[in-house]
Ligand binder design. Structure first.
Ligand code: ADP
Ligand code: MG
Length: 287
């Protein structure tokens, strides 16, 4: 049977926009020893602004247009941001044979052209050489019919409570705060430094994130819990693999809400502190 205090705990959490899918998770949250955050959409807003366009052989307007068309059917935060920046209507009948490759980017036919938009990994797979500028933002390389056409650099903002979340977690018995990202080393390390994250792993594919979480699970004590917090985009397998998977629910990814043990409806990473606090108080631990 479930102790009565647990109902109070689950109810108190839900009033704060934290849905805990069972008393076992409410109890386990207090034992969080390692906390792992995904970057995009979790610690950062997931709303990218175009910073710079560098086109090769075509105009930058054309580059942005082709890239945005190729991204038309994707729901990735990068794609949503690109469509917002482009601002004009897209005729979807121009876009066919779309392939989205997790952690890489998209390839699609836009009218008579084959357009690929993504990171260096995608270009490498297509055998397209690209400009390797030391740009501070996230870089979207674009190729048209197998020829390099330039890049669009985009950048995202930290969520206002990201720093507070990391700082408070470290003062509340969490031994290690880790960030995982499929983004580049340049972007990942810069953000991790700003937030005082203990460990950061970059350039990860979704499967690499699962592997990393497994490695980290082996580092914790027997009774400790590894809690992963992600936005659910490309990270449903990690949400499932962690001892406790926490998803940002406001982004509206059904797969994430399904795979998660805890859902933060307000998308604020600092809510994880409230969740752990409610768990501790439910167990009668001073927090
Ligand atoms: P994160 O780990 O930051 O949440 P993802 O695993 O979703 O990121 O994506 C990792 C990287 O893959 C992105 O930084 C980007 O370079 C590339 N990528 C993924 N999806 C897309 C897309 N739809 N368009 C362009 N690039 C993409
Ligand atoms: Mg992600």
């Amino acid at each position: 049977s479930i102790p009565l205090s647990f109902f109070g705990g689950l109810g108190g959490a839900s009033k704060k926009g934290i849905l805990i899918k069972g008393s076992n998770y409410l109890e386990a949250l207090a034992k969080t020893e390692i906390i792992v955050f995904d970057k995009t959409g979790t610690l950062t807003e997931g709303v990218f602004e175009v910073q710079d366009i560098r086109s090769v052989g075509i105009t930058s307007d054309k580059l942005l247009e082709l890239a945005t068309y190729a991204e038309n059917y994707s729901t990735h935060p990068i794609s949503m941001s690109l469509k917002r920046s482009y601002g004009k209507d897209i005729d979807p009948s121009c876009v066919k044979n779309v392939k989205e490759i997790a952690g890489h980017g998209v390839i699609a036919n836009v009218n008579d052209n084959t357009v690929a938009v993504g990171n260096g990994k995608l270009m490498n797979e297509l055998g397209v050489s690209y400009l390797d500028d030391e740009i501070v933002g996230t870089i979207l390389h674009v190729s048209v019919d197998g020829t390099y056409a330039g890049y669009i650099s985009i950048s995202d903002k930290l969520k206002p409570d990201a720093f507070e979340a990391v700082t408070k977690l470290k003062s509340k018995n969490v031994k290690k705060v880790v960030m995982l990202t499929g983004d580049s080393d340049l972007v990942g390390t810069r953000i991790a430094k700003k937030l005082n994250i203990d460990e950061v792993y970059t350039d990860l594919l979704p499967a690499d994130k699962v592997e990393k979480v497994e490695e980290l699970i082996n580092q914790k004590s027997e009774k400790g819990i590894l809690t992963f917090v992600g936005d659910g985009i490309n990270d449903a397998p990690v949400l499932a693999r962690a001892d406790i998977g926490v998803a940002m629910g406001g982004m509206g990814s059904d797969a994430a809400i399904e795979a998660a043990d805890v859902v933060i409806m307000t998308d604020e990473p600092s809510k994880i502190i409230d969740a752990i606090g409610i768990s501790k108080r439910t167990l009668g631990i001073v927090y």
